[in-house]
Design a protein. Structure first.
Length: 365
């Protein structure tokens, strides 16, 4: 399951966004540190394709792909030194796949800003520094251990020592861990550290309702700062207030509400799609009378690896995959006509799964 950790300063809309996405009822209040314990919620990934397949197949149940969101207490400048609630909750998001950094891009005298005024570029830098300092503490601790072990002649410890020295140097200079490129041999250790600043980042710019379509000067300044840093990150414009209102509406009324605002997708839709793009992910489907289900894989995954997402036995015993492109599956009306018309293909171990493929795996137990 794709997992996203939500970070940001207090009072930027993190918990309002989390509530709207998950309807989990996390405390939302107009004062700093309203969120103390981490909140976790799982939401379905919006995808019209699985709904179309389900209407055709009429299964007993339909299971879309899901995303887990983890919302932690807001960070403030100096968190690494214990300011506010400190950075004690960052450990709760070290296991996530990517970071969603919520940045306030609207002014409102009724909602206090912990820094006294709205400045998304400054706010981004504050969070980056606090994440880097947290990573620095982790890297220094690991370096101390690796240095001691390396003295015994341990080859793996020597390898780690070299990597950690580069990471500590970068983080101490305020650079993110992702600016350090590990060698192929170092890559397993690098990934094992779960450094926050090594994770991909998606920026969620919280704007007013009337700024959803075109954004505002705050959004543009944030984009310019990101572009100047050469960070491979996307900015998604959303309105936490609109998401809150949207979550209260019946599903049938949401499209009309969004259209009235000049947009076609909710913030959840845009965040999910941006996260999939950022992480190089895609979906394929399995479709039968008992279940229609979406599965998440990395782009470039071959058929046995896709089968392994369902169960490791499927990958070990993989024989072949019966495959139909989504558009063809819908056009002809399902598996039976696809087979009759020769559209269903038998693919082997080297087949690279395409986004939207409808698949049936054959394997030996």
């Amino acid at each position: 399951m794709l997992s996203l950790g939500i970070v940001g300063l207090p009072n930027v809309g993190k918990s309002t966004l989390f509530n709207a996405l998950t309807r989990a009822g996390a405390l939302v209040a107009n004062y700093p540190f309203a969120t103390i314990e981490p909140n976790t919620g799982v939401v379905e990934v919006p995808d019209d394709r699985i709904e179309a397949i389900a209407r055709l197949v009429k299964p007993e149940r339909t299971l879309p792909a899901t995303v887990q969101f983890v919302d932690i207490a807001g960070l403030v400048k100096g968190a690494a030194q214990g300011e506010g609630l400190g950075n004690q909750f960052l450990a709760n998001i070290r296991e996530v796949d990517a970071i969603v950094h919520v940045v306030r891009c609207f002014a409102d005298d009724d909602i206090q800003h912990v820094m006294g005024g709205v400045d998304p570029v400054r706010d981004r830098e504050i969070i980056d520094i606090e994440l880097a300092l947290s990573d620095l503490a982790v890297a220094e601790k690991r370096l101390d251990k690796a240095t001691r072990t390396a003295k015994t002649g341990d080859a793996e410890a020597k390898l780690e020592k070299g990597l950690l020295e580069r990471l500590v140097a970068a983080l101490a200079e305020g650079r993110m861990a992702r600016t350090v490129t590990p060698t192929e041999a170092e890559l397993p250790a690098y990934r094992h550290y779960n450094l926050l600043t090594a994770k991909p980042v998606l920026y969620a710019a919280n704007v007013r309702e009337d700024e959803l379509v075109d954004g505002n000067a705050h959004v543009e300044s944030l984009r310019a700062a990101i572009a100047a840093s050469d960070e491979p990150a996307e900015v998604v414009i959303f309105s936490a207030q609109v998401e809150a209102e949207l979550s209260e509406l019946p599903a049938a009324d949401r499209a009309e509400f969004l259209a009235s605002l000049g947009v076609s997708e909710s913030g959840l839709d845009r965040l999910a799609h941006a996260a999939y793009h950022l992480l190089g992910l895609q979906s394929y489907f399995t479709a039968g009378e008992k279940e229609v289900r979406a599965w998440t894989i990395s782009r470039g995954t071959k058929a046995p690896g896709a089968a392994g997402v369902i169960h490791s036995d499927f990958e070990r015993g993989f024989i072949r995959a019966e495959t139909v492109a989504y558009e063809d599956f819908i056009r002809v009306g399902g598996w039976k006509p696809a087979r009759e018309q020769g559209i269903a293909r038998a693919e082997g171990k080297e087949y690279v799964v395409k986004d939207g493929d409808v698949m049936l795996f054959r394997f030996s137990s």
